[in-house]
Write a new protein. Structure first.
Length: 422
């Protein structure tokens, strides 16, 4: 399934609700620049492997390209184009002065040694040097990349260019100019959105049951913070499997994390230290957990999880998309018909890139904020974006995704228009 085709169909659908000048629509159908590299790496055993690396610079209408770098065996140009487009929309939804970009390398980082991974990151960075930088394109972590990878990237870029340029990437280690709060920021932003949604739906947080699909950086922090805020986490899964609470009693995501570290998987029993409850909890596959009874389903894994095939069986009242592109356009239609509210990725997971923007600001002014200051700035941005999208959805009688796209497209179109025509 082409993810970029899905992204373009979202663009087309949203465009019908606004007077988007046709030239703007034409411009937004294609990325501004596509970079593709073959990257030969000498592996630890002396052999050579050649990896495919991509960077798509989709739109710079509202500011420098901004977006993550993904390491995954399934990375391909189609996917990176879609993800880059969504970044442009996302930055516009939350109103930060950045465009959209995304990068990726087709690699399974879990089978590479640390040395191989560092060499690959540095080799990719060297090829990107002419095209990236604080005023051109700023990278960040995404699936299977982390502060450590950003540290190598900043170091390589700085060595090659001969000056320290921390703002070429965000999500860095604190020692290299990272921002307080960035690691948990996507999850934290998701919690702000959850609180807004629960308010609109008049649900009681203490009684609200949540399933989280995906237990990487985003899923883990979302689940942890939601649990801390009093919500009931009744299901959790990672790529290998999941756990579900039969009776609806919640679980502490940190216990699941400890267990996952010890056993290598999320197993069907709920263990606190050495005491395990295998009666009230059970194993579920990733596929099953999507369809299990819950109030809110949080998608924090990969694209194309809710499709035409399973959309009819989703039992949640609302879906929060913490991953990028987890719901296909066909599924959107089915879910809307059934009254399932979908809080779209370009709003729900924008806390990550918003805090990345804060990180760039701190780097450029060489003055750093406390975690409390970061959160104090993040909360109103997420809250306002949620309210604006919600209002737009009510005014146009559309779902939240179309509303978010309409809001973003108006902002992007304005930037394109005021740049002039010739
Ligand atoms: N990879 C994250 C996303 O998809 C963060 C991007 C960033 O911080 O630039 O939104």
């Amino acid at each position: 399934m082409s993810v970029f085709t899905n992204a373009l169909s979202q663009l087309k659908k949203a465009s019908t609700y606004i007077n988007l000048p046709s030239r703007v629509q034409e411009i937004l159908k294609k990325p501004e620049r596509v970079l593709q590299f073959s990257i030969p790496i000498t592996m630890d055993n002396g052999s050579t492997r050649v990896f495919d690396g991509y960077r798509v610079q989709y739109s710079s209408a509202r500011g420098p390209y901004k977006g993550g770098l993904r390491y995954h065996p399934k990375v391909n140009l189609d996917e990176v184009k879609a993800l880059a487009f969504w970044m442009a929309i996302k930055c516009a939804v939350v109103g930060i002065p950045l465009g959209g970009g995304k990068g990726g390398i087709a690699v399974d980082p879990k089978v590479l040694s640390q040395g191989e991974l560092e060499r690959l990151t540095r080799a990719f960075t060297r090829r990107l040097v002419p095209f990236i930088g604080p005023e051109q394109d700023v990278l960040a972590p995404d699936v299977n990349t982390n502060p450590e990878v950003m540290g190598w990237l900043v170091d390589e870029y700085s060595k090659v260019t001969g000056r320290f340029v921390p703002a070429v990437a965000t999500g860095k280690p604190l020692a290299l100019g990272g921002s307080q709060g960035r690691t948990a920021a996507t999850g934290q932003g998701g919690l702000f959105i959850l609180n807004e949604l629960v308010g609109k739906l008049k649900l009681d947080p203490k009684k609200t049951r949540i399933i989280v699909q995906g237990f990487g950086n985003v899923g883990y922090y979302f689940a942890k913070l939601a649990h801390k805020a009093g919500y009931k986490i009744i299901g959790l899964s990672d790529s290998k499997g999941g756990i579900y609470s039969n009776g609806g009693a919640g679980m502490d995501p940190d216990h699941i994390m400890q267990d996952k570290k010890a056993r290598g998987i999320i197993a069907g029993c709920y263990c606190v230290g050495s005491v395990c409850d295998c009666e009230n909890y059970r194993s579920m596959t990733n596929k099953q957990i999507l369809e299990a009874p819950t109030d809110i389903l949080v998608l924090a894994a990969m694209e194309n999880q809710i499709t035409r095939e399973n959309a009819g069986r989703i039992k949640a009242k609302a879906i929060i998309e913490m991953a990028n592109g987890p719901t296909t356009p066909e599924a959107d239609i089915k879910l809307a018909k059934r009254g399932v509210i979908v809080v779209p990725d370009v709003l729900a997971n924008a806390g990550g890139v918003t805090t990345s923007y804060f990180e760039m600001v701190q780097n450029l002014q060489q003055y750093y904020w406390t975690e409390a200051e970061v959160m104090q700035k993040l909360k109103p941005i997420m809250g306002q974006a949620f309210k604006q999208v919600w209002q737009k959805a009510e005014a146009l009688k559309v779902d939240l995704r179309i509303a978010a796209f309409v809001l973003a497209l108006e902002r992007i179109a304005e930037a394109i228009e005021v740049r002039g025509k010739y």
